[in-house]
Design a protein. Structure first.
Length: 325
């Protein structure tokens, strides 16, 4: 499979990124290790996580996913085979005397990166991403903090997640004017079910500036797998609340098209949804997570799936214009 560049960072990755949000949450360590092993065996090399994963779960404090990945690095010895992405900025609930515990201040970034490196049991982060925009911190302060980390060899490149086009453009302008590192990658909410939020303004900016794109919720929190076809199916599921907004006539019409395309190609709806993203101009690698080897194998199948022009057209038309289908 052909590697794709992450912006102008010099980093290249396979066209599918493994989401680490489930590690230590809905996938225990043993299962996570098996998934990570299979992922590498399949020739893929890009893993995305965040320091805050999975603080939302009862009894968790954040750092669980990074800890699992770090333990896997130690056990497997596969660190050199992985392009590792993590994030900083979400509320870790651990404010201290010299650390606000969240945001993109230099003080928090400098504290958070050391904590992530310890959990990940590595000496550097390949792609360090601002998880959420922080309007209270000057962009120059944030980028200067990243510059120090890059010069120290602790970070190789930086990216942004959940940024508006206006704020991403502003950050790029500041980086250029002050000769600071620029965001080489954007992580937006992007899928067949969520298009307008990225495509309206962010996509033209990223393509013009040569910025990599690694969208999250690539399967719309599982909706595009086809397993949620009624409100009852989403009840009690870990991501059920995120799926409810798609359980309407437009969402079901999209599933019908997905089903048809999947049948034509001998594939599953999830594979089709990911293949559509992989084929999108400007997309580096969609992010998808798995809680079992069977799920992972299904995701990996999307990498070798080539959709017909007719299928791409029907999928695009079925999902056109809808930030929420």
């Amino acid at each position: 499979m052909q590697a794709r560049p992450i912006g102008r960072s010099g980093l290249s990755v396979a066209p599918l990124c493994l989401g680490g949000n489930v590690f230590g949450w809905t996938a225990d360590e043993a299962t996570s290790f098996a998934i990570l092993d299979r992922f590498v065996e399949s020739g893929l090399n890009f893993i995305d996580t965040a320091d805050v994963y999975s603080r939302w779960a009862s009894g968790h404090q954040g750092g669980e996913s990074e800890t699992v990945i770090g333990n896997w690095f130690k056990r497997s010895g596969h660190r050199e085979k992985i392009v590792l992405a993590t994030k900083v900025g979400m509320d870790m609930g651990q404010a201290g005397k010299n650390d606000p515990g969240k945001g993109l201040s230099a003080a928090h970034i400098e504290h958070a990166v050391e904590a992530s490196l310890r959990r990940l049991q590595t000496d550097r982060i390949d792609l360090y991403q601002s998880h959420l925009d922080d309007a209270a911190t000057p962009i120059e302060e944030t980028l200067a903090a990243y510059e120090r980390l890059i010069k120290a060899g602790k970070v190789r490149a930086i990216g942004a997640s959940n940024y508006s086009a206006a704020r991403l453009r502003q950050a790029l302008d500041v980086a250029k004017a002050r000769s600071l590192p620029r965001y080489e990658c954007l992580q937006p909410d992007y899928s067949l079910a969520e298009r307008a939020g990225y495509e309206s303004e962010l996509e033209p900016l990223c393509r013009r500036q040569g910025i990599g794109v690694i969208g999250y919720f690539s399967l719309a929190a599982g909706f595009l797998t086809g397993k949620y076809r009624s409100p009852d199916a989403a009840e009690g599921r870990a991501r059920g609340g995120n799926v409810q907004k798609y359980l309407n006539p437009r969402g079901f019409a999209l599933l019908d098209v997905l089903d048809g395309v999947a049948a034509e190609h001998g594939a599953t709806p999830a594979q089709v949804a990911l293949a559509w993203l992989i084929a999108r101009p400007g997309v580096t690698a969609p992010i998808a997570s798995a809680t079992s080897l069977a799920q992972l194998d299904e995701l990996i199948g999307a990498v070798s799936l080539t959709l017909s022009a007719s299928a791409v057209d029907r999928l695009s038309k079925a999902s056109a214009g809808g930030i929420r289908v």
